[in-house]
Design a protein around this ligand. Structure first.
Ligand code: NAP
Length: 307
């Protein structure tokens, strides 16, 4: 693709379940659709070993495989995929312009479906040891920790699900959670709490990570009695929540204080012809099924806008 301005009916930013569902609906409505995605089709779900709660897959489905299926379906309806990092989006006015590493694209409608990225803890040693024992992706890095001890930080669905996954490899999984109750859904909590390979360290926060060239220990503090400990670990997997991928918008679209895009039920943002879908928008339930639903609504709103 050259660096010319290429025109489409609909530009979709992000190829997760929201973006690719929007591409399917847009394509079926005969729109000329371009999807910009820097990483793999499927978005964050590609780093999940098993997507367990998407309707229609009674045994679950591998996240990577699910992403590929979505991509195939979007391509079948004529969507064009650009492997591109989004540098800038100018979304005011009739023609919206998006500058990416694969060129400049324009369209009268845009769907922002850029999702979220992992939140960091911001403690000493974290930056230095990232990729040297500290990971944000159990599916990608779990197999490196066969027979080793790993800590998983967090108490939400992601932390619990990935801690359970890591028991396949690690001989010992420590789940470090800052409170005395998990946030994860009951089904996952029960599975975790009866798993013999997992020890939960309640009311515990991470104060730092230690290691010369690779992670060697995690420094912990109990928030109830303030006692500190240093626990030797080979790996640490951080699942302490997510932050929305909206920095590239440069404040051009209305967001809440956490950066999530504010929409109405029709996925309309503060700008005409610009919609947001999936985890990137302010919403109650961030799941693949709700992301897909958002994508369908956003695409049909784009169709209506163009008419
Ligand atoms: P989340 O639900 O926001 O949970 C984040 C966890 O990290 C919470 O337990 C939180 O503790 C903890 N935390 C946050 N900041 C921390 C800090 N500075 N230090 C220590 N702990 C900290 O995030 P998530 O688990 O990544 O899930 C994100 C979204 O994806 C959720 O809507 C979730 O339901 C969804 N998801 C769904 C599935 C599934 O359905 N199978 C799987 C994965 C993710 P507190 O509990 O004390 O706040």
């Amino acid at each position: 693709m050259d660096k010319q301005a290429n025109s489409y009916d609909l530009l979709i930013l992000g190829a997760g379940p929201a973006g690719l569902t929007a591409a399917i609906y847009g394509g079926r409505a005969n729109l000329r659709v371009l999807v910009c995605e820097e990483k793999l089709s499927g978005g964050e779900i590609t780093s999940t070993e098993r997507l367990d709660n998407y309707p229609g897959f009674p045994e679950g489905v591998n996240g990577l495989e699910f992403g590929q299926l979505l991509e195939q379906q979007a391509l079948r309806f004529g969507a064009v995929l650009a492997g591109a990092f989004i540098e800038k989006a100018e979304l005011h006015g009739e023609w919206k312009k998006v500058t990416t590493t694969a060129g400049v694209f324009q369209a009268r409608t845009v769907i922002i479906a850029t999702g979220t990225g992992p939140r960091s803890l911001g403690v000493p040693g974290e930056e230095l040891l990232r990729g040297r024992g500290i990971s944000f992706c159990a599916t990608c890095d779990g197999p490196f920790f066969r027979g080793k001890t790993v800590a998983v930080i967090g108490g939400g669905d992601a932390a619990v699900e990935e801690a359970l996954y890591l028991t396949r490899f690690a001989s010992r999984v420590l789940l470090v959670h800052r409170r005395d109750r998990l946030r994860a859904v009951a089904y996952l909590q029960e599975k975790l709490l009866r798993h013999p390979g997992v020890t939960v360290l309640w009311d515990t926060v991470v104060k730092g990570f230690k290691g010369e060239n690779k992670l060697e220990a995690v420094q912990l503090q109990n928030v109830k009695d303030n006692s500190s400990t240093e626990v030797p670990v080979d790996g640490a997997f951080l699942y302490v929540g997510r932050i929305p991928n909206t920095a590239f918008l440069n404040g051009g679209v209305e967001t809440d204080t956490a950066g999530y895009i504010i929409t109405n039920e029709e996925m309309e943002t503060s700008l005409p012809g610009v919609y947001a879908a999936g985890d990137v928008r302010r919403k109650f339930l961030r799941q693949v099924v709700t992301a897909a639903a958002d994508g369908a609504i956003a695409a049909m709103m784009a169709v209506r806008y163009l008419q």
